[in-house]
Design a protein around this ligand. Structure first.
Ligand code: NAD
Ligand code: WQD
Length: 338
């Protein structure tokens, strides 16, 4: 099949492109490189021995999308393009609604005009809001995300539900990711955050490689087994395999389907530090810092719906996540610019 991957030069998108090529799909990538790197796609091409059609451009550019759908016969769209920094979304909410919500609306209008009606959307566990019931399963009502980034994901979910209600020819997967981490085991592609990392695992690997002094552990007084925040980390390769399964499933499922993509268990910040130290064979200096605004104590996925309906489950453990994240970082201490 021929697949359009928006945001395919980013962290998850580049791993997705690799998996699609390995599964013999034709791939077209649309990315404006605001947070991605063309080098990631060159490495994917080198790893797979296959070409990727790359179009540098923006999902909010309707004319460009019309040209793209005219020039390439697309079967499915995997929509990763968007902004994802929670703190930045609080400072610049309009930018987030523009990229994430308007970007998706423009993409869907172009898809509709081109007669392409199969879409896989990168949603997030953040749409559950501050829900006390763990694990989170897809039947829980969505909550109130604590920031504009999260609200933009929830808005897009609702836009897509309305679209599928209005025209039953659409097949849409809303994939709610928990915490994607790790890298392809080659160490050639991985997560390359701009500036100071917001997320735990890239921060840990940058401390280990000497780019940061020490990790701040945001709070050790949460009502969790060791007092630090608990999350459901999922290896990025498991995550992209979940997309392959979802893509296959929506081929025979009209309407909107929602699946959590998580490992189905929680690990604390201290568990993650320990797993990293074991995998990399080096110590991570850390200090306990105040809680970070907007953080929840603990949540993880009930991942059984995806297992039942997609015949998919995450198989890589936290040691593999850490070993792969570390291989990427140590081979590319400055990211793609190294
Ligand atoms: P990323 O920033 O590495 O990748 C996003 C890519 O989209 C980048 O290459 C960027 O250049 C591109 N892009 C952004 N806006 C664009 C636009 N308007 N037009 C074209 N390209 C554009 O992020 P990621 O971690 O790979 O995340 C991919 C998707 O998954 C995002 O939608 C994100 O919100 C979602 N998600 C990520 C996480 C996570 O923790 N990484 C968790 C849940 C959901
Ligand atoms: C994980 C744990 C922190 C950094 C975010 C978004 C979410 C989703 C995934 C996109 C927490 C602790 C972190 C640090 C720390 N993204 N931590 N020191 O916050 O669970 O989720 O990314 O949809 O929407 O909110 O991920 O990696 O930032 O934090 O102690 O330097 O690590 O407090 O307990 P989070 P994270």
């Amino acid at each position: 099949m021929s697949i359009l991957v928006t945001g395919g030069a980013g962290y998850i998108g580049s791993h997705m492109v690799l998996a699609l090529l390995e599964h013999h799909h034709e791939v077209v990538v649309l990315d404006n490189l605001s947070n991605g790197s063309a080098a990631s796609l060159e490495r994917v091409a080198a790893l797979t021995g296959r070409d990727v059609a790359f179009i540098e451009g923006d999902v909010r550019d309707r004319e460009l999308l019309d040209r793209l759908f005219h020039q390439h016969k697309i079967d499915d769209v995997l929509h990763f393009a968007g902004l994802k920094a929670v703190g930045e979304s609080v400072e610049h909410p309009l930018r987030y609604f523009d990229y994430n919500v308007s970007g998706t609306v423009t993409l869907c209008r172009a898809m509709e005009a081109a007669g392409v009606r199969r879409l896989v959307f990168s949603s997030s566990a953040t749409v559950y809001g501050d829900n006390d019931t763990v694990p989170y399963d897809e039947a829980l009502p969505t909550g109130e995300p604590t920031n504009p980034y999260g609200r933009s994901k929830l808005m897009v979910e609702e836009v897509l539900r309305d679209l599928a209600r209005a025209d039953t020819r659409w097949s849409i997967a809303l994939l709610r990711y928990f915490n994607p981490v790790g890298a392809h085991p080659s160490g050639l592609i991985g997560e390359d955050p701009l500036g100071i990392p917001n997320n735990l695992v890239p921060y840990i690997t940058q401390v280990a490689v000497g780019r940061r002094d020490a990790l701040s552990v945001f709070g050790n007084d949460y009502p969790t087994p060791d007092g630090t925040g608990v999350r459901d980390y999922i290896h990025v390769m498991d995550l992209v395999e979940g997309h392959l399964a979802a893509m296959k499933a929506i081929g025979r499922r009209p309407g909107v389907s929602v699946w959590n993509l998580g490992g189905g268990r929680g690990y604390s910040v201290l568990d993650m530090i320990q797993a990293f130290e074991k995998a990399a064979g080096r110590k991570i200096p850390y200090r306990i810092a105040p809680r970070r605004d907007g953080d929840l104590a603990q949540y993880w996925a009930d991942a059984s719906k995806a297992e039942r309906e997609l015949d998919w489950k995450a198989t890589r453990d936290i040691e593999a996540m850490m070993a792969d994240a570390w291989r990427w970082q140590v081979n590319n201490p400055g990211g793609y610019a190294s």
